[in-house]
Design a protein around this ligand. Sequence first.
Ligand SMILES: NC(=O)c1ccc[n+]([C@@H]2O[C@H](COP(=O)([O-])OP(=O)(O)OC[C@H]3O[C@@H](n4cnc5c(N)ncnc54)[C@H](OP(=O)(O)O)[C@@H]3O)[C@@H](O)[C@H]2O)c1
Length: 287
Amino acid sequence: MVRETGGETTREPEAGMSFRDRYGPWAVVLGASEGLGEAYAHELGRRGVNVLAAARRGAPLEAVTRRVAGAHGVEAKPVVLDLVAGDFLDTLRSVTDRLEVGLVVYNATDHFIGPFLDEGLDHALGQVAINVNSPLAVCDHFGRAMLERGRGGFVLMGSGAGVAGTAGLAVYSATKAFGLTLAQALHHEWRAQGVDVLGVIGPAMDTPNFRRHYDYDPQNLPEPPVPPARVAREVLDAIGHEVEMTPGERFREGFAALSSLPRAEQSRLLSSSLAATLDRPADRADS
Ligand SMILES: NC(=O)c1ccc[n+]([C@@H]2O[C@H](COP(=O)([O-])OP(=O)(O)OC[C@H]3O[C@@H](n4cnc5c(N)ncnc54)[C@H](OP(=O)(O)O)[C@@H]3O)[C@@H](O)[C@H]2O)c1
């Protein structure tokens, strides 16, 4: 079913049930203080879902929730937490235990770009925490309530670098592969019980976080970045219909072509493509 809201077309999750009925009344967006996370908060508000916007920085979160509530007439609340901290779920639960959460968007991540041994084990373990341990904790906690209710959904935000090992992004790449694999498995485990899980192969997006981590010339990107608002819309249109998706037509075609290759070749291509984007010598990645 397709419905019109504010001039935009929204694909409904299933005939006869609105997006809000299926994935509301509350959604949690983890990593919502800017960029893509803010775009998810707006897209959820546009679909009539109340939003809990979580991240570490309170001031930008307050601003995001004010904008979302003002623009879409839904409730929106900030939750300040650090997904690397062992007690983040307690902080989140102190707010969500009183609410019915029908959708969790796990958007937050951390990066390190450079040679593996330059990262340092502490930072690498932080990436494991935010991309592996915390998504697991979130799926375990909210999955139980959703399965009991017989409805709900998760979006696990992944990356093209998670499709195969990417030199220069070793830990990010390996931990993002975990999320994509977990999403596929849970999709097939929970689908029949009414809970949808969608893994997203993120395309390049020009977000503040991306700018902070990548010292690159946008001209070197193989394709122009996809606007975060479009990513959020395409992802929320896809949940309930697909197990994994890539927003942005050119990136979708590119990753479909990549996935037809042997994994070793996927890894070689992703590695040399990152080196070219960063305008660094590709020989390190090609060897
Ligand atoms: N941008 C791209 O080109 C691209 C490409 C492929 C995949 N992706 C994926 O898309 C998603 C969004 O990435 P993005 O770079 O565009 O970022 P974003 O959504 O613009 O911002 C990242 C969010 O995560 C929050 N965050 C970071 N560390 C956190 C922590 N320890 N605890 C709680 N919140 C935390 C940040 O807020 P605070 O700093 O306030 O905590 C921020 O709100 C990620 O999963 C990424 O892997 C992005």
